[in-house]
Design a protein around this ligand. Structure first.
Ligand code: HEM
Length: 94
């Protein structure tokens, strides 16, 4: 799976399937937990000329503001993308 820029100039978004089982996160593995990924979206986005507009709020705030409750619900959603049967399947064992 590649997160390198494709021919649209955008980074590819990685699959979130089984994301709870694939720490560390991001292309450089800088985040060990899903909580730290969400903290980054909420308060760690840095400005750049190529920043995706989705990460810039109408009032100019950077990132995606998330309350503690929204973060908890997102973590529950991301955990729900875990396919235990797939993860235990001998046919895909390394
Ligand atoms: C609250 C909303 C979002 C959630 C919960 C979310 C969740 C995640 C997670 C968990 C990862 C790490 C995946 C991995 O490393 O295996 C990730 C990476 C990524 N996301 Fe998001 N994301 C959100 C919003 C966005 C938005 C708005 C964009 C685009 C503008 C975006 C683009 C990306 C890209 C390009 C990566 C890969 C970054 C890298 O490899 O360094 N995400 N996201």
């Amino acid at each position: 799976m590649s997160t390198l820029p494709d021919d649209t100039g955008k980074f590819r978004v990685p699959s979130l399937r089984n994301v709870a089982a694939t720490s560390p996160y991001m292309h450089n593995g800088k985040f060990k937990t899903l909580e730290s990924v969400l903290d980054h979206y909420a308060a760690g986005v840095k400005d750049s000329p190529t920043l995706d507009p989705l990460l810039r709020q109408p009032d100019g705030t950077l990132g995606i503001l998330l309350s503690a409750d929204e973060k908890a619900k997102l973590i529950a959603f991301l955990n729900a993308l875990t396919d235990e049967e797939f993860l235990r399947d001998e046919r895909f064992a390394q």
